[in-house]
Design a protein around this ligand. Structure first.
Ligand code: PLP
Ligand code: COI
Length: 356
């Protein structure tokens, strides 16, 4: 197709693979934004009903019409993935096919132009390669966080799909989402006054609005000394949904891996990989509704996602009562295995990693 021709041409201009440079304190990286060489940008126009070949742009600011759909009606979706500098010195990305599929599920839900998988992959390769010196060195504990996002950039006044969409890929080197203190565990609080997502709302896609809606609950949780919110289902307020920016997973007294199954939860790619690794280790894996009552009896609880990997949950507070979870053994084992695969220390049996 025409797009494939354009992408093939762009491939010839991919920058060389470079070594880590400039940042000296890689071990101290926070989960934040550092200046990089630039980002990749593609534009879709209703005039041609197609995407352009994309550009690499150094300026982190952009010009947009004041009536762009994203500014008023929240027409935006994002993804999160990571690139790692592996034991052999090469840079690999993890499970991108899942991210591109999830973005397109969201694009259909928000009536935005889908992003072809090839274009998604190429844009990520381009952004990572052109910023290769910002991929943290092997052994530093850091990684490159990749943020692909899609938004309605064309002007509209009445509520309707946008005449123009922009797809971008930005990157930044990061450390742990919860910081160095994560080893001692994160303290969660059940959000009693707000719901995250309705059963048939947009909780199952990575729409920007889901995160805006979580800001006040999160602010209140942090003011109470907690690290994250935990949401229950909006309909019955009985089943566990997920944390602020990560899925819920638990290990039962019988050693089973349990994770909530619900249409209003974001289908976490990390969770999917951990379920596979748990099966590989012979554990029983159960994606099913999980009541808060049941959670109180669990041996281990974790919060999983691209940014958090698998963070131990030390406690969950429900009103005045604090339930503590002491162990983090099975989940820690799974976390270590996933990280070893990502860093190329352990065989990638499921074909998740791809060299950039
Ligand atoms: N749930 C929410 C609400 C998230 O924001 C994230 C982060 O991406 C996740 C779960 C974890 O998903 P993934 O493992 O695909 O990063
Ligand atoms: C991720 O884990 O990649 C996310 O998208 C969560 C984000 C709020 C940092």
């Amino acid at each position: 197709s025409r797009l494939e021709g354009k992408l093939a041409e762009a491939e010839a201009h991919l920058p060389p693979r470079t070594e880590p440079a400039r940042i000296t304190n890689w071990e101290e990286l926070a989960f934040g934004i550092l200046p990089t060489n630039g980002h990749v940008r593609h534009t879709w126009s209703s005039k041609t009903s197609s995407w352009d070949a994309g550009r690499f742009i150094r300026d982190p600011y952009m010009n947009m019409h004041i009536h762009a759909g994203v500014l008023h009606y929240g027409m935006t979706l994002f993804e999160g993935c990571k690139a790692f500098r592996c034991a052999d010195g090469r840079i690999r990305v993890c499970n991108l096919d899942e991210n591109s599929a999830r973005m397109n599920t969201g694009a259909a839900r928000l009536v935005m132009a889908p992003v072809p998988k090839k274009m998604f992959n190429k844009a990520i390769d381009w952004a990572v390669r052109a910023n290769a010196e910002f991929v943290p060195p092997y052994g530093s504990g850091g990684s490159m966080y990749i943020r692909p996002f899609l938004m309605g950039s064309g002007p509209i006044l009445g509520l309707q799909p946008c005449p123009e969409f922009t797809f971008m890929v930005a990157v930044t080197p990061v450390g742990n989402y919860f910081g160095k203190g994560v080893q001692s565990g994160v303290h969660a609080v059940i959000c009693q006054d707000f719901d995250r997502a309705a059963p048939r709302g947009t909780g199952g896609v990575k729409a920007g609005g889901n995160y805006a809606a979580d800001l006040l609950p999160l602010k209140l949780a942090k003011a109470g000394g907690f690290g994250t919110t935990l949401y229950l289902d909006a309909k019955e307020n009985q089943y566990v949904e997920e944390f602020s920016v990560s899925n819920f997973l638990g290990i039962t007294k019988n050693g089973e891996y349990v994770t909530p199954h619900s249409p209003s939860i974001l289908p976490s790619i990390t969770n999917k990989m951990l379920m596979q690794l748990a099966k590989d280790k012979g554990l029983t894996v159960q994606p099913r509704p999980v009541s808060w009552e049941e959670v109180k009896t669990m041996d281990e609880v974790g919060a999983c996602g691209t940014a958090t990997v698998v963070a131990p949950i030390a406690s969950i507070t429900d009103g005045d009562v604090k339930y503590e979870f002491g162990k983090f053994e099975v989940l820690n084992e799974l976390r270590k295995t996933l990280m070893a695969i990502q860093l190329g220390e352990e065989e990638d049996r499921h074909g998740w990693m791809r060299e950039v």
